[in-house]
Structure formats: C-alpha cells, structure tokens
Write a protein that binds this ligand. Structure first.
Ligand SMILES: Cc1ncc(COP(=O)(O)O)c(C=O)c1O
Length: 302
C-alpha cells in the first residue's frame, strides 16, 4: 500500500533490477554501469557546464528523436560547445547503446554532453581543452506514479533570457533543484514556478497545463523550456478541436481549474491533484488529461 505522505516525483518508474546491469555509452565506449566514469576535472562535474536531452523508447522507436537531437545541437551552439559528432553520429550512439542493452521498449535515455575535462580546476571555458565528454545513460523505465502529483509554489522564478535562459537544457539545474527542495519542505512533491511577472509558468522539471471549462491553457512559453511534449500536446489539441491557449494566467485561475497536468518526455502527461494545499478538480486524473494521454499515445505509436 502506498503511503500518501510519501514524496512522489514526476520521474518515478517501476523498480527494475535489470538497471543494475545496464551498459553505458561513455565517449564512444560502451561499458558496464560500475565502470562508467568521468573525470573529477570534467566541466560538467565541476561547473554544470554542459547540455542534455531526455529521450524515450516506445515499441522500438525513439519518440521525436530528430527534434531532441536538433534541440541538443541548438543548446550546444548557444553555449559554444562543439559536440564533435554529427547529429547522425549522435543518433547512432543512441542506437548502439540500445542494441548493446537489448532494449525494445519502455526505456529512457539521458544523453549528456559537457565541455569536457579541464586542464586546471577553474571556471574559464578555455581550460576545457580535450574535447567534449558525452555519456548516454539508458535505463529500463516504465513510468509509474501512485497518485496525482502535489505541487507547491516557491519563491524561485523562471528568469529572464539574459540570466541563464530557461530554454536551455543545461547541466546547471540549481535553480530548479532549490525550487524542488522548497516544494518538498512545504510538503509537496515538486515545485510550481512563476515567471518574473508572477504568472504561472512551469514546474522544476516539466511544463505545466491547466484545463478550464473545456479549454487547455499553458504559459506563453516565454520563460520555460521549449518542451517537445508541450509542443505535441498543443498540436494534439489543435488537431482535435480542443481549444488551447498559450497565455498568461495566475494562481487564481490555477487553483480553480478543473484539471492540471504536467508534460515531459519521461512521464508524457502527469496529472496534478493538489497545488498549495488546494485540491484541483476532483484531485484525480481528469477527463481532458486522460483524453490527451490517449491522443499522445496514439501519436507516438503512429
Ligand atoms: C525544466 C524542464 N521543463 C520541461 C521539460 C520537458 O521537456 P520535454 O517535453 O522536451 O521532455 C524538461 C525536460 O527536459 C525540463 O528540464
């Protein structure tokens, strides 16, 4: 039986003992998990200087792989990091890791590229001279949350683009981690973050949607990660005659929503049951969230 007080995360999966035996791609070598290491001088370890993608395998195919690889290269360009592989070679590395692990479905890959090993232990990027470090951790992963997620709003904001643009999927996640810690200390599972104007924006690890009177609302997108799942949900609404709006809205609109849900590659669409102690709708997954989950599943299968 699940204790409803237990913290639940949006990235929770069924326990799978096979994950102790997985093989990990490290700079072109595929090695057992226990031997998968990077240097203590690595730019990612020292400074969070890198970019990453989370990708999911459904029935033999990596969902929206081209879009994930494109976003990875865009982020790398933004931080002036040379991945030193072509997009096709990055895709091949994913396929090689999948084949080595014999994975067919229900797997999740975290693909990370950092500025590599530093010559000396200091910040300046010119000290990273040996080329990038790339790692692919691929785990057996079937998302499983025992109940809808509880969120708490926190003082940590989704900032302006000139202070670490929230559109960057960077290794430096401290703002999101502090937000998540604050939410946990407030008795919730994860954090709901506002933008610099106080409008509801996103959570520490996923994009955020509400449903009001048959309409689906999400933030303008100005201060959040350009989630691929977010984009797919908006597209699915448009294709299926569901009114969808990218707009500013506040906590007042949010507390009285009929439903709320999160989107992300890991969990697809995750229902939200409570925000700041207010039950959202019935507190369970609502009909629109369920419908969008079905439409998304069909889209991935197609
Ligand atoms: C802050 C944040 N928001 C949203 C997302 C979801 O993005 P996607 O749907 O592309 O997985 C992520 C995942 O990387 C994220 O880190």
């Amino acid at each position: 039986m699940t204790d409803t007080a237990d913290p639940v995360t949006t990235h929770q999966a069924e326990d799978d003992a096979r994950n102790e035996q997985i093989l990990i791609w490290v700079n072109g070598r595929i090695v057992p998990k226990a031997q998968a290491m990077v240097s203590v001088y690595d730019s990612g370890f020292m400074l969070g200087d890198g970019v990453w993608e989370g990708i999911r395998l459904y029935d033999g195919r990596w969902a929206f792989l081209d879009e994930h690889i494109e976003r990875l290269f865009e982020a790398a360009k933004a931080i002036d990091l040379d991945i030193a592989l072509t997009p096709e070679q990055v895709a091949q590395a994913i396929f090689d890791t999948q084949a080595a692990n014999g994975m067919q479905t229900d797997a999740h890959a975290r693909l990370m590229v950092t500025r590599g090993v530093k010559h000396r232990p200091f910040q300046h990027p010119s000290l990273s001279r040996s080329g990038p470090t790339m790692v692919i951790i691929m785990e057996h992963s079937r998302p499983k949350i025992p109940r809808p997620i509880r969120l708490a709003t926190v003082p940590h904001l989704r900032g302006l683009p000139m202070t670490q643009d929230p559109k960057l999927n960077s290794h430096s996640k401290l703002n999101c981690i502090l937000a998540c810690i604050a939410a946990e200390k407030a008795g919730a599972d994860e954090a709901l973050m506002l933008d610099v104007h106080g409008f509801v924006n996103t959570t520490n690890a996923c994009n955020f949607f509400i449903v009001r009177k048959g309409e689906v609302w999400t933030s303008t997108g100005d201060y959040c990660m350009n989630g691929i799942t977010r984009g797919k949900v908006i597209q699915l609404c448009r294709d299926n005659g569901i009114p969808v709006f990218e707009r500013n809205f506040s906590l007042v609109d949010t507390y009285s929503a009929d439903e709320a849900f999160l989107t992300g590659t890991f969990g697809a669409q995750t229902p939200v049951g409570m925000i700041d102690g207010r039950v959202i709708g019935s507190g369970e997954m609502g009909p629109m969230t369920e419908r969008l989950r079905g439409l998304y599943k069909a889209m991935v299968a197609a």
